[in-house]
Design a protein around this ligand. Structure first.
Ligand code: SF4
Length: 284
């Protein structure tokens, strides 16, 4: 089976090679309770969207998923019971008729892949927006929207999605529409509505798209470099540790990685087909 790297795979490598090594090379995952709040928020949000696009009820199933997650983050998921999610969905339903959505990629259809770049990705939708083809993506955050936005501005993800969509449709897609939803504490307060949502449209130039292609190629070269190494690669990613699932394992002082895995509760998963499996798209 052909495997394609995805954006998360490559960006994890840049963020922290050690995290990348744990997750993708060793195929480790926490035995229980290992999903961070941001990961859970993203996957619940996208699961709700999938149900919404299918025309199925979503509030109760999402509440059940949250309840079974084992994560208790007071305030973070108030929106589920306060109708926050319903507001998001109806916001979309009002603005977009079905025929303006050209393709729903998240979960419902297959990811977009580029043979040329050896890269795949799952933008949420391809739409016609203000008369132009656009990639349409939702981001769910428990933090400040501005942080998320500036992180995405520096990231190659949206231009890469545009490249994938262009290849898929056979015509240029330069616009990316980003819908950011804040789900942190206080998100259910009606007065903070303006602070809960932000929509930003990016129109990428040819130059930016070429830069994104270069980023993919160079990161894949880096990936091949680390793949050839034995043992753990070096890292200096202290600023990314706070939400890292591997924090306990990484900071364990056990004699061997195997001892540390046992002590900190990690198991190995089958990494075959991991790169484009839904499990690796959760942060979307
Ligand atoms: S805890 Fe920090 S250094 Fe360790 S793997 Fe995670 S991000 Fe990397």
């Amino acid at each position: 089976m052909t495997q394609y790297a995805d954006f998360t795979y490559l960006s994890t490598l840049l963020r922290c090679p050690l995290q990348h090594h744990f997750r993708y090379r060793m195929g480790l995952e926490p035995i229980e309770g290992g999903r961070s709040v941001p990961m859970l928020a993203g996957s619940l949000g996208h699961a709700a969207l999938e149900l919404f696009y299918r025309g199925e009820p979503f509030i109760e199933p999402i509440g059940e998923l949250y309840a079974s997650s084992g994560i208790v983050a007071i305030g973070t998921f108030d929106y589920m019971t306060q109708g926050h999610l319903e507001v998001v969905m109806h916001n979309y339903a009002e603005r977009y008729s079905e025929d303006s959505i050209l393709r729903v990629t998240q979960f419902i259809e297959q990811p977009l892949v580029s043979e040329r770049l050896q890269l795949g990705g799952i933008p949420d939708m391809i739409v016609k927006y203000e008369g132009e083809l656009a990639v349409w993506d939702h981001k769910w955050t428990t933090g400040w929207l501005g942080n998320l936005e500036s992180r995405l501005e520096l990231s190659a993800q949206l231009p890469i999605y545009c490249i994938l969509a262009s290849e898929h449709l056979g015509q240029p897609v330069r616009k990316a529409v980003l819908n950011m939803v804040h789900m942190g504490p206080g998100a259910s307060n009606p007065k903070s509505k303006a602070e809960r949502f932000a929509r930003k449209t990016y129109t990428h130039t040819d130059w930016q798209l070429e830069e994104a292609e270069r980023w993919v190629r160079e990161t894949q070269l880096l990936d091949n470099y680390f793949f050839g190494l034995s043992g753990l690669p070096p890292h200096n990613a202290d600023t990314h540790c706070s939400w890292c699932s591997f924090k306990d394992l990484c900071h364990a002082r056990s004699a061997t990685v195997r001892d540390a895995m046992i002590a900190t509760g990690f198991k190995k998963r089958n990494i075959t087909g991991t790169l484009l499996s839904g499990a690796d798209m959760e942060e979307g």
